[in-house]
Design a protein around this ligand. Structure first.
Ligand code: SF4
Length: 989
């Protein structure tokens, strides 16, 4: 067979000639006043299908070639669900079969701009996965025995609703909990829980990003940074942002854009990540020393005067610092500058070098590069060091110190508070916040925790602090995701501690095995949600939708329930929560049903069309006008295009003057905070500055007085950027009220001579946490997680070659894995990605293993738990012929099982890094073996709990937690008050 005329053989295509032919063709078509059809040639694939052709997009069959066989597609947008970035996808829905053929990028999406990472298009694997959960299942044996029977949705709904109704009517509100993994939505579940009157929201954030968030929160009152990478001169990353970071593809493409424009990239990562390979400066520090390095740079900026003094004067709460910490000094900015220099004088390059192992001269060079960035300094720290170390939250607090010194806050090329680049619309119903406080998620020992102490739940249940009647896991796999997963398994199998476990999940997983109900929920192309994330200086809203529903509606069909178009009986959570809420409160007497009723048709169930239609009609500025211009309703517009840009070029919202009509009966607080009696505007794309709460007269915060002008400011207690945190000072941690350095629990001084540090937090760019086992393309790309080890350590430990089995011993057990000997890791440190080591239990034959799950025996004896593989991944026959082509068998090790919990006493973040001993495997050890003593895990839990300073001892105002800190649900003032003396509140004997 010979190539066609325009696809030459070895010499490659004559692109110039092709280009000329295309240009000529385009000119001829456009001369006729028609739209040029960008056909399916290699050149034209560089362009996206124009949106005017999305109803009937034609591509030629590659299999039929050289015959011309056309496929006609409807292109329907949705939002990717395979990480938190919410990139746009376009589903190619075959007009003949009415099935999705593939997913590509949505060029109309302002965040992702048509691009995706490998995981986006792999959505098609998840949709067509032969092992996915398609029908509601109920356990048929003991919990965890692996026996399941199919039930109807009605049976499952009625049984669960009955339990919930009983708990609510008997006042057992705190026995209901919904635990979220990938939220993939903006507040829908919180709203449902509020409608039930329960404080039952739990998250995964304290094993993910709460360390990173805490540092930003204490500065800005907003817990995420939004770097304007594309316009930066210097980009400073503490983690692997280009390859897998937060928000991966949308950020990575803007970092790449900046590099093309000459920006310098500085990466702090102990491991040679793909991101580090693209850096101008890769710094591989001793884990936990990152804050010391940041402080050395900050100290350089201060002592050389290379900081924006005017920005510091206007926007830092330096006056509060002087008042509270240096009353001996005159209350002038000049005396603050002197104090600032004194505070950080000790953080020299030499100090940072001693802590980090990075040469002082290199640090000085990097500091000079940073100093040259001015206000075009974009930075990010999210998981990585902030999630690895005791005191890791100071990594992001010291990083933002650099931004705040440079005045690179909300500037072009600088770093914004994320809320200014994000938009959360108002929903149709807003139930009040609950009148109860869930101690199992928000225990008194952690009054400043950024998020729920989710990973301590098994220990709290074992402590006897409460029980759960009904526990939902939603796209969440706590046994696999959290540290100390076998303690999770122990409580999940204990029906006294957890009465009923309902797993809402698209796929089988290690926690669903221990459920009472496994209920099939949709993937990203099978459900509704809205999203908005900070990815540049702008605000957008994205719409996830069931694409087959939207396609069939375009063809004129009336779809009233997403199950009508999803495979099997797969549902979506929006409709499920509405239905469940109605069944809990069928006659409305509990006051729940009204939040799930139609406004247009009182007494009828709310539909997703009305829910999102109302939202897009009433609370997304600009969308109704944009839709009307095309003769569409806002909902129809979003169903057609999938994303809408609300604003761009926001700039520094803190500088905006508060309009006169928002100021009435104004009061000024001691730090210049401005309070108003005027109501907040109903719909705005400006974040209301409401976080610190009202003044004593009930006026809401409106802004802050800066040089005599009332500006929006920041939603902190002072209204300014908080260099000194009154919250940390007042709530028992005055020694950490300033950006500073806390020595990690894996600081060299805390390690025994034969111990190393294990980094366990890094992602792979081609895996999806717990849902990867069902993405065959991704499984083929990445299916194992060897332990990175430096050649000098390998030689010292007599590990001869890559692939040799090693034992990594933690404080509670060990894991057996293969070594990967590489200079891409610092000596004294080992690293292992957390994505792998998926498993199913021997005898659980109703669970498909896919391409990623080993079959294991899990044994509990006198010396603890032991896991050993009885079967590896292998080819198998299924509806998908590719499962017979699986060529790999090694699926890695489930390392998280061997980690004890390490709650940071301030942020509540689990400090992931482990002090470990590494040695060659013992005779009989096999890849993936695990041993764990959960008794030791309890001891370590208690040791870390002893570090806390409970609210009962430190609360300055009788509350459990500062009211201004973020919380998904904010219980009433009465529920937020400290209880009478009791366990854990620090006041009990
Ligand atoms: S970065 Fe990749 S996985 Fe994440 S939303 Fe975008 S396409 Fe999906």
């Amino acid at each position: 067979m010979s190539p066609p005329a325009d696809v030459p053989g070895d010499s490659g295509p004559d692109l110039a000639a092709l280009g000329e032919r295309v240009s000529a063709a385009r000119a001829a078509v456009e001369a006729r006043g028609e739209t040029f059809y960008q056909g399916a040639s290699r050149i034209h694939l560089g362009a996206f299908p124009p949106k005017e052709r999305w109803d009937d997009w034609v591509e030629l069959s590659s299999r039929a070639w050289p015959a011309r066989e056309e496929h006609h597609y409807m292109l329907v947008p949705t939002t990717c669900f395979n990480c938190e970035s919410a990139c746009g996808l376009l589903a190619y829905v075959d007009r003949d079969t009415r099935q999705v053929r593939k997913f590509e990028g949505n060029p109309e999406h302002p965040g992702s701009r048509g691009r995706n990472c490998a995981k986006g298009p792999a959505t098609i694997n998840q949709v067509t996965d032969p092992d996915r959960v398609l029908y509601p299942m109920k356990r048929a044996g003991r919990r965890g025995e692996g026996l399941w029977e199919r039930v109807t949705w009605d049976e499952a709904l009625d049984a669960i609703a009955e339990r919930l109704r009983a708990a609510l009517t008997q006042g057992r509100h705190n026995e209901i909990m919904v635990h979220l993994g990938r939220p993939g939505e903006d507040g829908y579940t919180e709203r449902v829980l509020a409608s039930w009157g329960v404080d039952g929201h739990n998250s995964h954030t304290n094993v993910c990003s709460s360390g990173g968030r805490t540092g930003f929160q204490f500065w800005m009152g907003i817990d995420r940074p939004s770097p304007d990478y594309a316009h930066a001169k210097v980009i400073y990353l503490i983690s692997a942002h280009l390859e897998a970071g937060h928000y991966f593809n949308p950020h990575a493409q803007r970092i790449t854009q900046a590099r093309q424009n000459g920006a310098k990239v500085i990466v702090l990562d102990t491991r040679l990540s793909n991101t580090a390979t693209h850096a101008d400066y890769w710094l591989s520090p001793q884990p936990g020393s990152e804050a010391a390095m940041n402080l050395a740079i900050a100290s350089y900026l201060i002592r050389t005067g290379r900081y924006d003094a005017e920005f510091v004067r206007r926007w830092w709460n330096w006056e509060q610092y002087l008042t509270h910490c240096r009353p001996d000094l005159p209350a002038t900015f000049e005396s603050f500058q002197g104090a600032l220099a004194e505070l950080y004088a000790g953080f020299t390059f030499e100090h940072a070098a001693a802590e980090s192992g990075i040469d002082a001269g290199v640090l000085a060079e990097v500091a000079e590069v940073v100093a040259g960035a001015g206000t075009r300094f974009a930075c990010h720290s999210w998981r990585s060091a902030a999630a690895g170390n005791l005191g890791g939250w100071q990594v992001s607090r010291t990083l933002f110190l650099i931004s705040a010194l440079l005045g690179a806050v909300a500037t072009e090329g600088g770093t914004f508070p994320n809320a200014w680049n994000k938009f959360v619309p108002r929903p149709i119903h807003t139930p009040p916040h609950p009148g109860v406080w869930q101690d199992l998620s928000w225990p008194l020992e952690f009054p400043l925790a950024q998020n729920e102490l989710s990973f301590l739940l098994p220990h709290f249940l074992k402590d006897g602090r409460g029980r759960l009647d009904t526990y939902f896991t939603r796209v969440y796999n706590p046994v696999w995701t959290n540290p100390d997963g076998l303690s999770w398994m122990e409580v999940l199998t204990d029906t006294e501690k957890i009465g009923c476990h309902v797993a809402l999940t698209p796929t089988w997983n290690e926690s669903a095995y221990f459920a009472d109900y496994v209920l099939p929920m949709g993937h990203g192309s099978e459900r509704h949600d809205t999203h908005s994330y900070e990815q540049y200086d702008g605000q957008w809203i994205g719409f996830r939708q069931p694409v087959l529903r939207a396609a069939r509606e375009r063809l004129g069909e009336d779809i009233t329930d997403t199950r009508q178009v999803n495979p099997g009986e797969v549902w979506e959570e929006n409709e499920w929560w509405i239905e469940l809420s109605w069944r809990i409160d069928p006659d409305g007497s509990l006051g729940i049903r009204r939040y799930h009723e139609s406004r247009a048709h009182p007494g009828q169930k709310l539909t997703v069309d009305e829910y999102y239609g109302w939202m897009f009609d009433n609370s997304v500025p600009g969308l109704p006008e944009r839709a009307a211009a095309e003769g569409l309703t806002p909902l129809a517009w979003m169903r057609r295009y999938g994303a809408f840009e609300i604003a761009s070029g926001q700039g520094g919202l803190h500088e905006r003057e508060v309009p006169e009509d928002e100021l009435r009966d104004v009061a000024i607080g001691p730090a210049g905070q401005v309070y108003t009696a005027a109501a907040a505007p109903a719909t705005t794309n400006i974040v209301p500055m409401a976080a610190p709460g009202p003044d004593s007269e009930g006026r809401r915060p409106a802004g802050v007085m800066v040089d005599g002008i009332i500006r929006r400011g920041f939603p902190t207690p002072s209204g300014r950027l908080e260099f000194w945190s009154s919250t940390l000072a007042d709530w028992g941690w005055p020694e950490h009220a300033l950006p500073g350095y806390i020595k990690s629990h894996v600081h060299p001084s805390a390690l025994a001579p034969d111990q190393m540090v294990l980094l366990s937090t890094f992602r792979l760019p081609t895996q999806i946490h717990t849902r990867s086992a069902n993405s065959k393309w991704l499984d083929e790309l990445s299916h194992t997680n060897p332990v990175w080890i430096h050649p000098s350590d390998a030689a010292r430990l007599r590990i001869a070659r890559t692939g040799d089995l090693i034992r990594v011993e933690t404080d509670i057990g060990y894991l057996v894995a293969r070594a990967w000997i590489t200079e891409g890791i610092r000596p004294g440190v080992v690293a292992c990605s957390h994505h792998m080591g998926r498993w199913k239990l021997t005898g659980h034959d109703q669970v498909g293993a896919g391409g990623m799950m080993a079959t294991v025996d899990l044994h509990h004896g006198d010396d603890g738990w032991a896991m050993h593989a009885t079967g590896r991944v292998k080819p198998y026959r299924s509806a998908d012929p590719d499962t017979a082509r699986i060529w790999w068998s090694d699926t890695g090790v489930h390392q998280n099982l061997t980690f004890p919990v390490h709650p940071d006493p301030i942020s509540g973040m689990h400090c992931w890094h482990q002090a470990v001993r590494v040695r060659p495997a013992a005779p009989g050890d096999a890849q993936g073996d695990i041993a764990v003593d959960t008794g030791k895990a309890r001891e370590i839990y208690e040791q870390w709990m002893a570090r806390t300073r409970p609210a009962g001892s430190v609360s300055p105002d009788g509350t459990r937690r500062p009211r201004w800190l973020m919380r998904p649900l904010k219980p009433s003032a009465a529920a937020s008050a400290l209880p009478a003396a009791g366990p854990g509140d620090g006041t009990a004997a």
